[in-house]
Design a protein around this ligand. Sequence first.
Ligand code: ADP
Ligand code: MG
Length: 247
Amino acid sequence: MSILSLDKLTKNFGGLMAVDHVSFDVNEGEIFGLIGPNGSGKTTIFNLINHYYTATDGKIIFKGQDITNKKTFEIARLGIGRTFQVVKPLRRLSVEENVMAAAFARESTFAGARKVASEMIDFCNLTNVSNMKAGGLPIGGRKRLEIARALATRPSLILLDETAAGLNPSELDEAIDIIKGIRDKLGITIIIVEHIMKVIMNISDRIHAIAFGATITEGPPAEVAKHPTVIEAYLGSDYKMEGQNYA
Ligand code: ADP
Ligand code: MG
């Protein structure tokens, strides 16, 4: 069953077609990968789904409802959460306070927000730093805090924008476990934008590839990785597929 459908979604920035009639369906319970070179329109698609940007054309259907022109906070309330490519925690607040601030999107009481925050902090392996100022966290912790904040809004669909970028190999494995757990343990559908091939190829059920704002192909990871235009446009022509060593 489809939870989110994009129907010929289009965004034009003063003549630049950042997103050019992109259509896809994301199934409930799926990890759906979105790939493409820098500047190909991935973050813009997320910004359209959340209505940070208004679509020039096309439609976004979430759980059967047209959300194309709904307000950002309404979309969050309907159950779409997201992380940002450039993480912006409230630096002077603690990790716990940051996650609680996000939890208030749904929870009206302090105790309720604190409970949700504590669960998501634990889920993202942040319990031992929950009293630390967010500004003092190293990159791996900041990325996990960003995920915890998005989860604290209790979404049924989460949009992850390059949450694994900048992580070292052991943090990368931890991030993969957390992302898989978001679907497997919390039952949340995921759309993931990620440049690191090891991550995207490992965890996606299906991948949608774009370049210059337009769709190239869509399918299971192994098929998409073999697509000549994907290899050329995204992976570089010297790219070779060797087992799981995509990175
Ligand atoms: P990606 O996330 O795939 O790297 P983006 O969605 O950030 O790509 O950007 C797609 C294109 O849209 C780029 O050419 C970018 O410069 C342009 N773009 C993104 N946001 C804006 C904006 N607010 N105003 C003008 N152009 C933008
Ligand atoms: Mg981006």
